[in-house]
Every structure is written in structure tokens, then in C-alpha cells.
Design a binder for this molecule. Structure first.
Ligand SMILES: Nc1ncnc2c1ncn2[C@@H]1O[C@H](COP(=O)(O)OP(=O)(O)OP(=O)(O)O)[C@@H](O)[C@H]1O
Ligand SMILES: [Mg+2]
Length: 621
């Protein structure tokens, strides 16, 4: 007898149900998502027995004709995906064509649907994945699906159902997540006739929807968040530190309108808040992260609650910058005038640490060992606490400038290693107004800054920022021709690198790098964009070969971002190897005033460190 047998469709659907349909809340999620994909303006959810007894979802979407209604019960039948390529730019909530057959295989399932203007509708009933009965039904607007006795034919799974109240909470949470992601759609939910959630479409003020979802008390504490960068936009609301929770349940992150739980994103949000919340409290945040569908893989989790970003770090940086900007402005503390009248206390320890970090780095750059600093003297040692950005407002209450970044827990950051959001653009004309005074540690430029501040400029970070801007602009302009360059050399590389570079020739040309196969593992590097002449060509090409996007990726700013960062980093490394002349420094300061401080660079370095002299005087006493 043969050992292998093909599984029946009923069994296959039940197995799929094990992954897709974890509990009643998953049914609510899947069916509401189908309603959204069908263009519904209103979705109604009626529950009984915590959702285990009965779930009814009705919508006013485009409905289905008889053929589609019958087909939708078959596994892998979907209207949302046709070709492999569609999988890489999904803009619907569903795409696998497995939710309905999976749900129908573990419940008593009834579907009633019709297309607009149709004279007749269709009703289909399925018991535990058995053969469907199809009958005529009155016409109706949209679709209504009823799921009764969930898991009635999977006793093992039914046993795992929690108390009705717990399942109900999960169902409610499913509705809340969908409602937060789709304020333009009305959501109404009841349990045994009692209202659970009611929110008509609220397109004008997104705070109305948040208040409906999180409770009306949240409304006055909500502040808008917005950060738009190439390839990623972050919008939404954060609640001021007066409105927090003891757990992370108020932390909602949506990627392309899909509720996502991503560890990297959650810890980015928590880090942004860590300096503002009392111990044991968690922020309340509703964040919508929108990236090009091609820049995110949504097909990595059975319930689509996780995603994989092409540039996870870029997304985290954007989230971090978006939150920090609002937190730093502390709008809940009142208008800038009110804040100026009642300034937050300055924390001398922050500056002491900034100075210490800077001196350590300067010392290491020059002599290879840290200098003793004021911090080694008698007195209690200061903990490496993160800096509170609100302390950064320069005297006079102007816009905050660039500053040393917060230390990560458990590690003191070296100068120039701070968090990227602190690379934000300073006020216009900031850099050309600096008055260079000399070199520190044969490397760092010490300048007098606006309002009598001491400004220390890291030439490597500054050059990297300037080059990054120049290379991104070139890419944005779509210049195809290689940059004119006298540079030309032949390099021996690894086989993998040669293959990747030859495959990526078109991408390289967009970046201004022209390579040609030279036989075997040799490549001719014919030209590079300004700033990269004279770099170690082998190191540059090996690094570029790893940073190029896969062949199938579109050649746009998102997919080429990593390669641009590599080029900027190599250009800066070469140029900062020797101290800048006065003329070079002047030119660089001019470039920095025109630089774009939003895209992250390889090391997330801080270009300048600024210290109010008043603070230094106080430390010296
Ligand atoms: N409420 C609805 N209104 C109109 N069409 C619907 C509705 N629900 C389901 N459909 C149709 O049935 C098809 C199958 O739905 P199902 O949820 O099983 O798969 P999917 O949404 O395509 O993918 P996924 O399994 O990822 O959710 C859908 O592609 C859609 O065409
Ligand atoms: Mg679906």
C-alpha cells in the first residue's frame, strides 16, 4: 500500500483554518477585511456568545454574483491577485483566497450576497466544510455572512476557547484596529443586542475615530504626528504624557492601513517616549506608516500581522523623527510663550555627559586612550541617562538646533554616534554663520555658534551628510549619464561581487558609477561621481555589490537608498582622513546649509555638537 495519500479539500481547509482562524476575533478580522476590500462604506458586526455562538458581518460593498459567491468558498479563489508580480504591490487587505473556505470548514457558514442592481441575490450555506447548498435569495445591498458555532467540528480547538468575555474582548479589539485604520468607513458592533462600538465615518477629524476607539477621555490629549520622507510617510496621533497606560495596548502601528505588530517599530516608539513617561507607563500612539507596496512584504505571517520592510531602519528612523519632533516641542505644555515663561529645568548632567563623550572621542582619535575628565573627579558619578530633547531649546526659545543624542540603555554613546533624529536640519543659514576657531584633536572643528554657543563639528559626519544629499539629488533628477570623471582603474573582486555589480550595472549608472567586466573576476571602474575619486576602489565596489537591490526590484530611491549611503560613507571616509583646510571647511559649511537632513546615513552620526556657553560656565564654577 502506498504510504502517501493526497489530503481531502475539507482536511486541507481545516489545516489552513488552524493558522488563519485562531479564535472568533480572527473571523471578525477576516470578514471585515473582505468588506473593506469590497469598498464598503459601513460595516456592521453582531456577536453572540462572545463570538463563539454567532458572528454576523454585513456590509454595503459591491457584493458578488452567483458564480463568484460559489467560487469564493473554494481554496485559493481570490479576486485580488492574478499574477506573481501582484504579490509585490498588494493594496488590498486579502490576497491569499483562503479565509472564507477556512472559516466555512470550521463553522456553520451562511453567505447572502448580491451585486448592485441585480434582480436576485444568492444564499449559500456550508456546514463544517461540507458541500455548499446554493439557493436564490432576495436582492440586497452588499454582503452578509453569518458564522455560527465556531469550531463545532474541531473539539480540540473549541476546548481552547476562553471564557466568552475574553473572546468578546478580542473581537472588540479586532473591530477597534480595523476602525482606527479606516476612519472613512463607519463601524458598528453589538454583542447580544448591546452596543460595543459605534463610529460613523469620520473623515474630517481623525481624532473622533481615535476617541471612539480608545475612549473619549483621550481626545484632548491627542497631538498630530507627521513626517514625510522619500518612500515613507508617518502620520497619526500621539497622546501627551498625561494620558498613558500601564501596558502597551494603546500602541497601534499600521503599515499601509494594516494593523501590524513589529518589534522594531514598537521599541522605536517606546524609545522615543522613554524620557517623557514615568516608569511603568506606556504611551498611547496611533501611527500610520505608509510605504510603497513594493517596499514591504506583507506575505510573511498567516494572519498578516507582521511584515518585512525593504528598509526597516529607514522606517524606524522616520517614526523616531516624527515622534521626537512632537515630544520635543511639548505642545501640551502650552504655547511657546507660556513655555518660555516657565522653562523646564536644565539638567547639567546632560551637558556634562555631552562634553565627556566628545572629549573621549577626540582623545581616542588623537592618542588612542581616553583622557581623565571632570566626570572622573570626586562626587557622585552621573548615570548615562538619555537626554531629554525638551532641554535643547536654545536660550531665547528659538528652534532647537542639532545636538548630541541620547545614550542607549546600558551603553554610553560616543560622540557622533547619537540617534539619527538629531541630525535634523538646523535653522537656515546656521552653518555659514559659524565662526571657526580651530582644530581639536587634529580633527574636530571648534566654532563659535549663534547666541554665544560652542559648536563642535565632526568633519566625517558633515561630509557624509553633504555627499548623501548630493547623491540623492542626482538620483532624484534621474541623470543617466555617468558623471564625467578622470578616474579609471581595474580591480580584482570576489566572484559574487562581480556578478552582483554586472547585474546591477543599470542601477550603478543611475548612481553615477560606471563599471565594465574586464574578464574573470576583474572589473574596470570607469567613472564615479564627484567626491569618490581616490577612494579605495576595491572596498567601495565590494560594499556596493552588497548594497545593490535584487535584480527584480524597481530602480527607485527606496531600493537604491542603501547603495547611496555606502557611497556617502566612503566619500566621507576618504575626505576626513586629513584635516580640512579653511577653504574646504567654508565650502563644506555652505553645502551643509543646503543639505537635506532627513534621510538617515550609514552611521546616523551627529554633524555638530552644540553647547550653550552659559552652561559650560556653570560647570566650570
Ligand atoms: N464581503 C464581500 N464582498 C464582496 N466580495 C467578497 C466579500 N467577501 C469575500 N469576497 C470575495 O471572495 C473572495 C475570497 O475571500 P477570502 O477572504 O477567502 O480571500 P481573499 O480576501 O481574496 O484573501 P485572504 O485569504 O488573504 O483574505 C475575495 O477575493 C472576494 O472576491
Ligand atoms: Mg479575505
Amino acid at each position: 500500500m502506498s504510504r502517501i495519500a493526497r489530503l481531502s479539500d475539507v482536511l486541507i481547509n481545516k489545516i489552513a483554518a488552524g493558522e488563519v482562524v485562531e479564535r472568533p476575533a480572527s473571523v471578525v478580522k477576516e470578514l471585515c477585511e473582505n468588506s473593506l476590500d469590497a469598498g464598503a462604506r459601513t460595516v456592521r458586526v453582531e456577536l453572540e456568545g462572545g463570538g463563539v455562538g454567532r458572528i454576523t458581518i454585513s456590509d454595503d460593498g459591491h457584493g458578488m454574483n452567483r458564480e463568484d459567491a460559489t467560487l469564493c468558498l473554494e481554496r485559493h479563489a481570490t479576486s485580488k491577485l492574478r499574477e506573481l508580480d501582484d504579490l509585490f504591490h498588494i493594496d488590498s487587505m486579502g490576497f491569499r483566497g483562503e479565509a472564507i473556505p477556512a472559516i466555512a470548514s470550521v463553522s456553520r457558514f451562511t453567505l447572502h450576497t448580491a451585486e448592485p442592481e441585480a434582480h436576485e441575490g444568492t444564499k449559500i450555506h456550508v456546514e463544517g466544510g461540507g458541500p455548499p447548498t446554493v439557493e436564490d435569495a432576495p436582492p440586497r445591498v452588499g454582503t452578509v455572512i453569518t458564522v455560527e458555532d465556531l469550531f463545532f467540528n474541531v473539539p480540540a480547538r473549541r476546548k481552547f476557547m476562553r471564557q466568552g468575555a475574553t473572546e468578546l474582548k478580542h473581537c472588540e479589539e479586532s473591530v477597534v484596529r480595523l476602525a482606527l485604520a479606516h476612519p472613512e468607513v463607519g463601524f458598528f458592533a453589538t454583542h447580544e443586542g448591546h452596543e460595543l462600538f459605534a463610529s460613523p465615518a469620520s473623515e474630517h477629524d481623525p481624532r473622533e475615530r481615535i476617541a471612539a476607539a480608545l475612549g473619549p477621555a483621550s481626545f484632548p490629549h491627542l497631538f498630530p504626528v507627521e513626517e514625510r520622507r522619500l518612500g515613507v510617510s508617518v502620520t497619526g496621533y500621539l497622546a501627551s504624557p498625561e494620558y498613558t497606560l500601564p501596558n502597551a495596548r494603546g500602541l497601534y502601528t499600521f503599515v499601509n492601513r494594516r494593523y501590524i505588530r513589529d518589534r522594531g517599530l514598537i521599541s522605536t516608539v517606546q524609545r522615543a517616549f522613554q524620557d517623557f513617561l514615568p516608569a511603568g507607563r506606556q504611551p498611547v500612539v496611533v501611527l500610520h506608516i505608509d510605504v510603497e507596496p513594493r517596499a514591504v512584504d506583507v506575505n510573511v505571517h498567516p494572519q498578516k500581522q507582521e511584515v518585512r520592510f525593504a528598509d526597516a531602519r529607514g522606517v524606524q528612523d522616520a517614526v523616531s523623527a516624527a515622534l521626537s519632533r512632537v515630544l520635543r516641542a511639548s505642545p501640551w505644555l502650552g504655547t511657546p510663550e507660556q513655555q518660555a515663561a516657565n522653562p523646564p529645568p536644565r539638567d547639567a548632567a546632560h551637558y556634562a555627559h555631552a562634553v565627556e563623550r566628545f572629549l573621549t572621542r577626540a582623545q581616542e582619535a588623537t592618542w588612542g586612550a581616553p583622557l581623565p575628565t571632570a566626570m572622573d573627579g570626586p562626587g557622585p558619578s552621573q548615570p548615562a541617562r538619555p537626554l531629554s530633547p525638551s532641554y535643547f531649546a536654545p536660550p531665547g526659545g528659538g528652534a532647537p538646533g542639532p545636538f548630541p543624542g541620547p545614550a542607549m540603555p546600558g551603553r554610553t554613546l560616543g560622540f557622533g554616534e547619537a540617534q539619527p533624529q538629531l541630525n535634523e536640519a538646523p535653522p537656515p543659514g546656521y552653518f555659514v554663520a559659524l565662526r571657526p576657531m580651530g582644530l581639536l584633536g587634529s580633527r574636530f572643528h571648534v566654532c563659535e555658534g549663534p547666541g554665544g554657543t560652542l559648536v563642535v563639528l565632526d568633519p566625517h559626519a558633515a561630509l557624509e551628510r553633504a555627499r548623501l544629499t548630493a547623491y540623492l539629488r542626482r538620483l532624484d533628477e534621474g541623470t543617466k549619464a555617468p558623471a564625467p570623471s578622470l578616474f579609471g582603474t581595474t580591480v580584482e573582486l570576489s566572484l559574487a561581487a562581480v556578478k552582483s555589480l554586472v547585474d546591477g550595472r543599470e542601477a550603478l549608472l543611475l548612481l553615477g558609477v560606471d563599471v565594465e567586466p574586464f574578464g574573470g573576476t576583474a572589473l574596470a571602474l570607469k567613472s564615479v561621481p564627484p567626491g569618490l575619486e581616490g577612494v579605495d576602489p576595491r572596498a567601495l565596489l565590494e560594499a556596493l555589490s552588497r548594497a545593490l537591490p535584487p535584480r527584480s526590484a524597481p530602480l527607485d530611491v527606496t531600493s537604491l537608498a542603501e547603495a547611496v549611503r555606502v557611497m556617502a560613507c566612503h566619500a566621507a571616509r576618504r575626505a576626513s582622513a586629513t584635516p580640512l583646510t579653511d577653504a574646504q571647511l567654508r565650502a563644506l559649511l555652505g553645502e551643509l546649509d543646503r543639505a537635506d537632513f532627513t534621510p538617515p546615513c550609514t552611521h546616523g552620526t551627529v554633524v555638530v555638537l552644540e553647547m550653550p556657553l552659559l552652561e559650560l560656565e556653570r560647570r566650570a564654577r
